[in-house]
Structure formats: structure tokens, C-alpha cells
Write a protein that binds this ligand. Structure first.
Ligand code: 9Z3
Length: 313
């Protein structure tokens, strides 16, 4: 497995603006991992990443480059993993889909509630069941110590938080899973060479050089969490090159599986690429409320079980 030069990684982290709430995140992670590791047996803990990272072009950011991802894959997968007994650290782009909210409208707050004649707030009848279910399931997962939600916006926040999660969950050994569905920027502007103020438009075309974001997947595997079961996702718009690129990524970064998906068909089918074959996974078309994440997570959980068993023998 290839690893980017350590100096590239160091310089990425050195150039990143420090996380505002680093101490609070670290405390939450510590408590979450402790709660899910006990002497009677460690629970499996998955870190699910979700949504796209932004690349700011100015320190006082007015403009940024974004990566496409609605966050549906990550949110739905989180629900399935929790149902299958996992505790989930949900590292997600602020404002994208969150677990247990898929049956609510986009503008849930304004659409689902109304003010009565007595000035009380109540749920509008058509949404009553969906709201009850969302609140009940979300509360049960969070209060039960099975869901920890950590939001990010920029590539700098995302990678620093991913590193913190990986290092904190090292003690879980093979019981830890990384399910990296977030759409991560390939290029960035180092913080130190970034304009502080809004870039002015009066001086003609914008000429800007972006550096390549060092691929952190091999460092995650080799150094941050060497015992964890790691799944990354490969997104392409050209189906012709998808499987080859996914297999290349698997070998290059030492992933245990790479989920290959094509932009337009990603909700209907994906292909799980492993060292012993490529397994297509389809959404169950006979049921209108089914999703491809259900059979996908089931397959990956089965693979994770074999991995844990092999690691313990
Ligand atoms: C994915 O491929 C995800 O499956 C999607 C999910 C982003 C397509 P939605 O959030 O979509 O449900 O709307 N994520 C990974 C994309 C990515 O950035 N992969 C990197 C690459 O392709 C590897 S880490 O180079």
C-alpha cells in the first residue's frame, strides 16, 4: 500500500486552522468510546462519514469549492448499522441529511409544525407519525450511547476530526469500522497562502493554484487505526472506469473493501470491491421504501464479523 510523503501530511495539518472546539470533541469521543468498551465485551463502533467537504478560497470565507453529496448514504447507513448493534460516530457535513430524518420534508421545522388558536405549537396531522418516529428513534440512539454526531464544514475540519476519531478508537482494535462515504475534496488552498479578505473581482480572471489534498486513507490504515476494518467509496460519472478505479484505490490504500458507485445509479446499485471479488448490491425494487444501504451494510457487517473472527485467532 502506498503512503503519501509524511511531509505532505504534516504540511496539510500544519497549514490547517485549529479546530475551535477540539477539547469538547475530544471529551465527547473519549466518553463515547469508553461507554461502548466494557470488560464484558467491546461493542462494534463504526465511524460513518457523510456529506461533502468545502475548500475555502478566502480565510474570511465568502467563496468556496464544494463536493457533491446529499448525505443520504451516510445517514441511512447509520440507521442500519445501529439496528445491527453498532454504535456510530456520525461525522457529517453541517446541513446535510441526518439519521432518522429521511421521512420528514426538507423544511421540516416550518412544514411539520403549526400554531394553534391558543398559541400553542403542535405537529401538523399528516406529519404526526413521521415526527414521532424520528424524535423517538433519534432520542433512543443518542440517549442509549449509540449515536454521536459530529458536524464539519471544511476539508480542514473533516480531516482533523477523522484523525481524532481514528486515534481515539484505536483501543477498539478490530471492532472498529470506518465507513468513509463523505465526498472529500481532492484539491485545497493551504491556509497560510490563502487571501485573508474577499478576493476582488476587478482585476480580471482569477488565477489560483490548488494543491492536492494528501490522501489520508493509507495513513488511517497504517498509523491512525491499524486494526480497524476500513471501507472507502469510489464515485465516478463514467461507468467504464469505475470498477478499475475502485480496485486501484483498494490496493493503493489497503482498504478492506471499496464501494464503487456511479453518480446517476448510486441509489439503485453499488459494487463492493474486495480482494476476492466484486459483489453487486441492488436496492430491493419490489418495495418502495427500501434502500440500497440496507443490503450494503448487511454485507459489510458480515465481512466485518469474519475480519474480527480472523483477527482473534
Ligand atoms: C460516495 O461515493 C458516496 O456514495 C456518495 C453518496 C457521495 C455518492 P449521497 O451523499 O451520495 O447519498 O448523495 N462517497 C465517496 C466519494 C469520494 O470522495 N471518494 C473519493 C474518490 O472517489 C475517495 S475517498 O476519490
Amino acid at each position: 500500500m502506498d503512503s503519501p510523503l509524511n511531509s505532505e501530511i504534516e504540511s496539510f495539518f500544519d497549514s490547517a486552522p485549529p479546530l475551535n472546539d477540539r477539547a469538547a470533541i475530544s471529551q465527547k469521543l473519549k466518553e463515547f468510546i469508553a461507554l461502548n468498551s466494557s470488560e464484558s465485551g467491546t461493542r462494534r463502533v463504526a465511524c460513518v462519514t457523510s456529506g461533502g467537504t468545502t475548500v475555502p478560497l478566502e480565510q474570511r470565507c465568502v467563496r468556496y469549492i464544494d463536493n457533491f453529496s446529499s448525505g443520504h448514504r451516510g445517514a441511512a447507513s447509520t440507521e442500519h448499522l445501529i439496528k445491527m448493534g453498532y454504535a456510530v460516530i456520525f461525522l457529517y457535513r453541517r446541513g446535510t441529511c441526518e439519521p432518522y430524518c429521511s421521512s420528514l420534508p426538507d423544511d421540516a421545522f416550518l412544514e411539520c409544525f403549526e400554531v394553534t388558536e391558543e398559541s400553542a405549537v403542535q405537529v401538523c396531522q399528516p406529519y404526526s407519525e413521521a415526527v414521532k418516529r424520528a424524535i423517538r428513534d433519534h432520542h433512543a440512539a443518542v440517549a442509549g450511547g449509540l449515536l454521536l454526531k459530529l458536524p464539519f464544514t471544511t476539508i480542514f475540519e473533516y480531516l482533523q476530526m477523522l484523525q481524532m476519531i481514528a486515534v481515539s478508537s484505536r483501543s477498539l482494535g478490530p471492532c472498529s469500522m470506518f465507513y468513509l462515504a463523505a465526498a472529500v475534496s481532492d484539491f485545497y488552498v493551504p491556509w497560510k497562502s490563502m487571501a485573508e479578505h474577499k478576493i476582488q473581482s476587478g482585476s480580471g480572471p482569477l488565477d489560483m493554484q490548488l494543491l492536492q489534498v494528501p490522501k489520508m486513507l493509507s495513513v488511517l490504515r497504517k498509523e491512525w487505526a491499524p486494526m480497524a476494518f476500513c471501507i472507502s467509496f469510489k464515485l465516478e460519472t463514467d461507468a467504464e472506469i469505475l470498477l478499475e478505479k475502485a480496485d486501484m484505490a483498494r490496493k493503493k490504500y489497503g482498504m478492506h473493501a471499496v464501494v464503487a458507485n456511479e453518480l446517476l445509479s448510486r441509489k439503485e446499485q453499488v459494487v463492493v470491491v474486495t480482494n476476492n471479488g466484486k459483489i453487486p448490491v441492488y436496492r430491493d425494487k419490489t418495495s418502495s421504501d427500501s434502500d440500497v444501504e440496507k443490503p450494503l451494510t448487511k454485507l459489510l457487517v458480515d465481512r466485518h464479523s469474519v475480519y474480527i473472527k480472523d483477527s482473534n485467532t
